[in-house]
Design a protein around this ligand. Structure first.
Ligand SMILES: [Zn+2]
Length: 250
């Protein structure tokens, strides 16, 4: 499916060696630029229900607390809402898998923060339980992560959870059908071509993106969009380091 979806991770003033973190001021500039051009940021659920040609989707992976602190107020001001993908074992806990190279570990949103976002029109969605690569997991464990995370989030916000985002964007046919069996309607991957009906997204990177490149990412017919695809392909390969670190430390 070719729909305009942006991916963010942390939006924080705490510096770290990370390609995906975004400074609050940088994020604000991007959102204001898009709003100034008449674009409107929506949740995936809202977008799939109804969309105009200047609507786009904003997603946040991993439910970092910094998103609640810095992205949410900026978006609220502009009338934008986003989808947040929650690894449920980390709700209110410190992150353990990121490759932060010396900087302090960061916290994930707690239940109250997730509930507040939901009350303000945000979509709360599942990112599994432990943020593990699912393609290498035994099938019973995959099924358990998908159903337990869904049930937990549903009881937290008292609303159906419709979207599942694959940790590290890793999926195959088996994982996709397990997600469908667990009752997820919308499946979300990462950058790159989409398979099995999974929605692919454009990742925004701190070092190489600016308001204009972010606009190119959401204009799915932009003739220069290939530049964004190429950039994202290169940077996504760095996430392999995080996957290796997680494997070693588990
Ligand atoms: Zn993630």
């Amino acid at each position: 499916m070719n729909i305009p979806v942006l991916t963010y991770h942390k939006v924080s003033g705490q510096w770290e060696i990370s390609f995906t973190m975004m400074y609050p001021g940088q994020f604000e500039k991007q959102m204001q630029y898009l709003a100034g051009k008449g674009y409107r940021g929506k949740t995936l659920k809202e977008y799939l229900r109804e969309n105009g040609n200047r609507d786009f989707v904003i997603t946040f992976d991993d439910a970092y607390e910094s998103v609640y602190q810095h992205a949410y107020p900026v978006m609220k001001e502009l009338g934008f809402r986003g989808s947040v993908f929650v690894p449920t074992k980390y709700i209110g806990k410190m992150n353990t898998w990121d490759l932060t190279l010396g900087s302090d570990p960061v916290r994930h949103m707690d239940g109250e923060q997730l509930k507040e976002l939901h009350r303000n029109g945000w979509e709360i969605a599942s990112h599994g339980e432990r943020h593990r690569v699912m393609t290498g997991m035994p099938h019973a464990a995959v099924k358990k992560e998908m159903s337990y995370s869904k049930t937990l989030l549903e009881s937290l916000i008292s609303d159906p959870i419709e979207t599942f985002c694959f940790p590290f964007g890793a999926y195959n046919k088996r994982i996709v059908s397990a997600a469908r069996d667990a009752g997820y309607k919308n499946l979300v991957g990462f950058t790159g071509p989409s398979r099995y009906g999974v929605i692919s997204r454009s990742v925004v990177y701190r070092v190489v993106d600016n308001p204009r490149s972010v606009l190119r990412k959401i204009r799915t017919k932009d003739p220069c969009r290939f530049i964004e695809n190429a950039k994202e392909g290169i940077f996504h390969s760095f996430s392999l380091l995080t996957r290796i670190k997680q494997k070693i430390s588990s």
